[in-house]
Design a protein around this ligand. Structure first.
Ligand code: CA
Length: 228
């Protein structure tokens, strides 16, 4: 899952990025309204969630949010507001945001809200993702092999996020670039073989648990597919 943070307090942006990366999210941040709007317009397909501060230099968060919705960009948006007044909260939701957090907020609450947003129907995301022989708990971040009595498959955080992304698109051919842009941040370019390396390791672990290799299929020249 890839997150865009729009926050002009760079210290806060950096610490959120660091904390979210520890949870396995891929994170980019921008610190002013104009770059935020550009980034969202051009790259909205790459982001699974946008965390958007209201008070920003260049352009207000609520305007950015409103403009994005007018352009039919449906990426979930969490607004960060420093004001705890009812009308500010209503304003945040009315500009088209999905949720808001009042500063200062606890990091744990932000994580819970991110999980909740990612569970929404348009993302088709229950807490428990299941495919043929595999079960993934997105809250506890554990993966289990159902063909071998529910044995846990020990994955690194990045492998987990990769498998999670694939399992959220069952039976779909997911392109390499699509994986790269949703599981890794802006610093990885498409010439990097980071996706292939992680797929290789992931497949090894899945096969280690006596899975049919076809559970994680390679579609030559295009990408990868997980069977539902
Ligand atoms: Ca601000």
């Amino acid at each position: 899952m890839r997150i865009l943070i729009v926050e002009d307090e760079e210290k806060l942006a950096k610490s959120l990025k660091k904390g979210l990366e520890k949870e396995g999210y891929a994170v980019d941040y921008v610190t002013d309204g104009e770059s935020a709007e550009r980034r969202i317009e051009i790259h909205s397909q790459d982001y699974d969630i946008i965390i958007l501060d209201l008070m920003l230099p260049g352009k207000d968060g609520s305007v950015i949010c409103k403009n994005a919705r007018e352009k039919n960009i449906t990426t979930p948006i969490i607004i960060l507001t420093a004001r705890d007044e009812v009308e500010d909260k209503i304003g945040a939701l009315d500009c088209g945001a999905d949720d808001y957090l009042v500063k200062p907020f606890s990091f744990e609450e932000l994580l819970a809200r991110l999980r909740a947003l990612l569970r929404r129907p348009e993302h088709n995301l229950p807490t428990e993702l299941r495919t043929q022989g595999l079960s993934l708990n997105t809250n506890t971040r554990k993966a289990f092999c159902m063909l071998c009595g529910g044995t846990e498959i020990l994955l690194t955080l990045k492998e987990f996020r990769l498998l999670e992304y694939l399992m959220r698109h069952p039976n779909e051919v997911v392109e390499r670039e699509q994986i790269l842009s949703h599981v890794w941040d802006f610093n990885f370019d498409s010439f990097s073989n980071v996706v292939d390396v992680h797929i290789k390791n992931l497949r090894k672990k899945l096969n280690h648990n006596n899975h049919d290799e076809k559970i994680l299929e390679t579609v030559r020249g295009i990408g990868y597919r997980i069977k539902a």
